[in-house]
Design a protein around this ligand. Structure first.
Ligand SMILES: [Zn+2]
Length: 143
């Protein structure tokens, strides 16, 4: 196929291209909501389209339907700070995402505890002592 034909096809089926792009966003976060960590079922426009937000990666984050719906048209950070599942690491990840630094955003998301496992973890594990180690990290753990 000629290269020009491929371009023509993409122009002909913009919907197909949008679908691929949306899928790629979900794959970035392993299908998890950037706000709460649950399964992402939708794409949230951080700056709503009604306020001129564009459908570009820097403005679109994977979100579950619940977060997407509740956030609505409010400022994303203002809304997110009020949530029970607020996690400063996720807030930083969202900021990095909006800056277009997906690499940093994804690293911060990995660092943030996924909401689902945090809820199901038995409370008893909280009191387990860290194993004493002779490594350089020991003094940090003792503090
Ligand atoms: Zn969510």
């Amino acid at each position: 196929m000629h290269a020009r034909d491929a371009v023509f096809l993409e122009d002909l089926c913009p919907k197909l291209r949008v679908r691929h792009w949306r899928q790629s966003l979900h794959i970035h976060t392993d299908q998890s909501c950037i706000y709460c960590g649950k399964q992402s079922e939708s794409i949230d426009h951080v700056l709503p389209r009604s306020r001129g937000g564009l459908s570009v990666t820097e403005n679109c984050v994977p979100a579950c339907l619940s977060c997407n719906g509740r956030k609505s048209d409010t400022d994303v950070f203002e809304w997110y700070r009020r949530q029970r599942f607020y996690d400063p690491r996720r807030a930083m990840a969202i900021r990095a995402w909006l800056d277009g630094d997906l690499k940093l955003a994804l690293r911060l998301l990995q660092w943030a505890s996924p909401a689902v496992t945090a809820e199901t973890k038995p409370a008893a594990t909280k009191h387990t002592q860290p194993k004493p180690s002779t490594g350089p990290g020991w003094t940090l753990q003792a503090a």
